[in-house]
Ligand binder design. Sequence first.
Ligand code: AMP
Length: 574
Amino acid sequence: MSLGCDLIVLEELTSKAKQIQEDVLTKILKANANTEYLQRFLQGSSDKELFKKNVPVVSYEDVKPYIDRVANGEPSDIISGEPITAFFRSSGTSSGKQKIFPASKIFFENIQIIYTLGSLVMSKYFDGFKQGKVIMFTFTRPMSTTPCGLPLAPALTSFTKSEYYRSLATKSTCPLQIILCPDTKQSMYCQLLCGLVQREEVVRVGATFGSVLVQVIHFLENYWKELASNIRSGHVSEWITDLSCQDSVSTILVEPNPELAALIENGCGQKSWQGIVSRLWPKAKCIDAIVTGSMSQYISALEFYTSNKLPLVSKAYASSEAYFGLNLEPLSKPQQVSYTFLPNMSYFEFIDVDVDGLTTEGEIVDLVNVKLGHYYEPLVTNFSGLHRCRVGDVLQVTGFYNMAPKFRFVRRKTTVLSVYVESTTEEDLLKALAQATVVLESSDLMTTGFTSYADISTVPGHYVFYLELKAKANSNITNVLPLDNNVLVECCCVMEESMNGAYRLFRSKDEHIGALEIRIVQQGTFDSLMHFFVSRGTSVVQYKTPMCINSAEALKVLEDKVIARFFSDKSPPI
Ligand code: AMP
């Protein structure tokens, strides 16, 4: 597909989804039939029926030994006919484990296609999009290498550092050198500075995930005075020691601009930060950040920072295994977003799972044969060595765009919390959070961080929710204490009431599940949690706040900052 494409390409791709999927599989099998991995099942054949009959459905752990061998220096053709040129490290924050995936140039080409088509879709819905500038807060990590010397980094870092990114970043308010700076703090500061200087031209503000944008706004709360002072003087602060950042900022902040400095001070100095994004970037037409799945916990904060006036656009659904699809209706409400799978990205199959996501090992169907309303886990067969590999997400079919199905992201598949025999999913937790949010908002509080933990050190075990709160009316209040006991106990109760039937049943007897607990943490705790994961190899851009904490070290980051605890005071109705 040429990059000068227009939306007709999308019509073609989706209308011919069946044929394109067939072609993709043919191409993959022809390229990979002689790999050590496929040889075991296909004996060199590239027959598609044989592929479906003989090649097993696997999870990452099953193929890990093969991937590790290539990463350790054995030839690519153990798993892939195409040369493996790099490895991607998944964020591991949603699945709990970091994984490495082989990558080839086709993966980068796919990301480029998604970016290009995504921008075309956005231009269709937002006037003047092509003319304006974009602030997409983007961060990169230093590349590391596998034992055999191949580059290893999160997919988005590898992409951003590749030649494929350059042609796509021409509308950015921020020079590439700032995005490539390995020091996240200096990079974030300079990205904000460049974005503020060019505020009148900005039509889109975003980051890959909603969590990153919320974090940037918290950073701005701490640094706006200094940023305004830099703009007034025309010089960047001395603590920006990265030479590329200094040089790049000087191409944007070319002279003192006291009027702009005063405008920013006026905008940020107001008591409430409600609508701050629109105040600072008055021509912004939308927020471009994924707020589906576990990111939905950031919807209320982003709605607050935009005064509910800018659409929150979740553009794409993707993973380190494959890019899947695009949201073709960017104006839809976050709760109604669906992603249309693009058939040229990889070969996709789907395992029917029941509503609870418990794999009843149902039928496996092709992309074009999924059924409306059904729940599925996707399987990926890609160009870089994964064959029928489970992704671990649960999706629901909401419709079709031409022949290509649209899916709502439901949740990660794994049960996230269980203290007895109940099974509480990510979706259950998000529903509980949504109930608590209603109660908190009526007390003028918003949630800026949320995660959970199954505490089995008590008898019976109980659920613990860590919440970071902020006062809406006055952003200068960094301490939400004293908290109203009634409000927080009410939150515990509504959360329990929204839990699934098994939870409520075992909780009602009080002997199997103890009272749900909310632990309030200091402001900034969830930023510290992110830094903890980043220090262990996750990239800021791909980081997703875990819905549940499994590691003792991560738990300690939260526990050290607990400032108050509340318990539900009654069992929920069964
Ligand atoms: P990673 O491989 O680290 O990039 O993580 C990929 C995972 O992030 C996916 O399998 C999903 O669980 C989650 N994810 C990616 N895109 C979205 C999206 N648009 N909405 C919800 N979750 C997403």
